[in-house]
Design a protein around this ligand. Sequence first.
Ligand SMILES: [Zn+2]
Length: 169
Amino acid sequence: MSGNRWDQPGVPHKGWHCVDVVDLRADGESADETDYATCQMCGNEKIRFVHIMHHTDLNDNFEVGCVCAEKMTDDFLGPKRRESRLRNRAARRARWLQRTWRRSAKGNSFLNLEGYNLVVYPTKTGRWGYKIGDRFGPSTYPTVNKAKLALFDDFWTATQDNERLWASD
Ligand SMILES: [Zn+2]
């Protein structure tokens, strides 16, 4: 799919809704190594944030850029807001390992953030697990940094609507 589909018959201009937005540099990829997407609505290339759009008249979702997402939903605030949230997430993830993790008496690394106790601990099998409050992560990881990043991804997903938490540092 390429070219400008705004002029293509049968492609609705309105009535779309956004299913999800994906940051192609979510894991800290550099600009050079990123495989950017192309907007399936207007054909504009090099999209970092892919807005996945659904329309009830069509079977296939469209993957589009911010400008088209705004027109398709008639929402000129939401798409930009979703992008800035993901941009914020990527920046924080990139700094996550450089934060001042404290060390408990048991040898665990931990952070206390806005009332959340985030812990990374060594397992008996020489791997690393994490805990958010009383909730253990679903898996273990070969290195402490991998566990810290998995903790970040889980924690962000669970708390992304908490503006206060992610506005502070
Ligand atoms: Zn577009």
